[in-house]
Design a binder for this molecule. Structure first.
Ligand code: GDP
Length: 281
């Protein structure tokens, strides 16, 4: 289900409730059931949806609402707040500072948009006055070593970080491999890379169209390296919204950027409220 359709379903559910003359337990349940269905179809992890429903029911106690209060608005607000809370980890991610060297490592499956996001991230910071450098430690990518014979990603990363440190780059971005013959080898490689380069921040890159797989994928990366932030790619057009919520829950890290296209400048700073507003239509 695309984000647009999700918005449609949720706003339809709320609209339906708006049309009810009496907002009682049944109307609330019907509405929550529809919203639940919409979120599940949008690949939001089952447990998250279940919790959202429980929380809304706790917050919205119809009997307690004083007569005359706008109950529909209260319910809408509660849904909005709960979705925001699901995306708000309460701790901001590491922010690189100009003039002080930061090492940022990007992880994610092949095709997730990792390399694209690395360059967008570099470009974004360059515009802000940083001096970024990109270390390409993806030795699995075909043709990556036509001109450079080193094939040990850990060595490449260590050398790259050292070299760019000497060159006074204040933002050293490490692009990593997204596949391996064996899945376990990929995660072991990520662990070794993080151990040897000691990144200030590991950013997990997730393709917004991976659906229910978002939770386990994010969790798997987070188990081998400590993920500190999430970037969700391909969010323009037919992108699903649910995965972002799952990645946040699995890594307990905030989404910081959205990829909104293939071009360098199609990169947005993530902002919870507009994202949730868009989700709710
Ligand atoms: P990697 O294997 O994870 O490094 O992925 P790449 O960066 O090579 O990207 C895989 C494909 O996704 C490429 O065709 C990119 O142009 C495309 N891509 C990456 N980010 C976005 C995005 O935000 N929107 C769209 N539409 N395409 C993207």
């Amino acid at each position: 289900m695309v984000l647009g359709e999700l918005s449609g379903s949720i706003s339809r559910a709320l609209q339906k409730m708006n049309n009810e003359t009496v907002i009682d337990e049944k109307a609330l349940n019907d509405c929550l059931n529809e919203i639940t269905r919409a979120l599940l179809k949008a690949d939001v992890h089952f447990d998250l949806v279940k919790n959202l429903k429980i929380n809304i029911k706790k917050i919205v106690n119809l009997d307690d609402l004083a007569a005359g209060h706008n109950k529909r608005r209260i319910i809408q607000q509660a849904i909005f707040n709960e979705l925001c809370k699901m995306l708000d980890t309460g701790k901001p991610s590491f922010m690189p500072k100009k003039g002080k060297t930061s090492v940022i490592m990007f992880v994610g499956l092949q095709g997730s948009g990792k390399t694209t996001s690395c360059t967008k991230y570099a470009h974004y910071h360059q515009k802000k006055g940083f001096k970024p450098a990109l270390v390409f430690a993806d030795t699995f990518r075909a043709g990556a070593f036509d001109y450079y014979m080193e094939s040990d990603p850990v060595k490449i990363a260590i050398e790259g970080v050292e070299r760019f440190n000497k060159e006074n780059c204040d933002l050293i971005i490490i692009d990593t491999s997204g596949r391996h013959q064996q899945e376990a080898s990929l995660f072991e490689e990520m662990r070794q890379l993080a151990e040897s380069t000691k990144p200030d921040l590991v950013i997990f890159v997730m393709d917004s169209s991976i659906g229910q797989a978002a939770f386990s994928q994010a969790q798997a990366f987070n188990r081998s390296v400590s993920v500190g932030a999430v970037t969700v790619t391909k969010t323009e057009g037919a992108a699903k919204g649910g995965g972002a919520l799952s990645a946040v829950a699995a890594t307990k890290s905030p989404v910081i950027f959205l990829g909104t296209g293939e071009h360098m400048y199609e990169f947005e700073v993530f902002d919870i409220k507009p994202f949730v507003s868009r989700l709710l239509g």
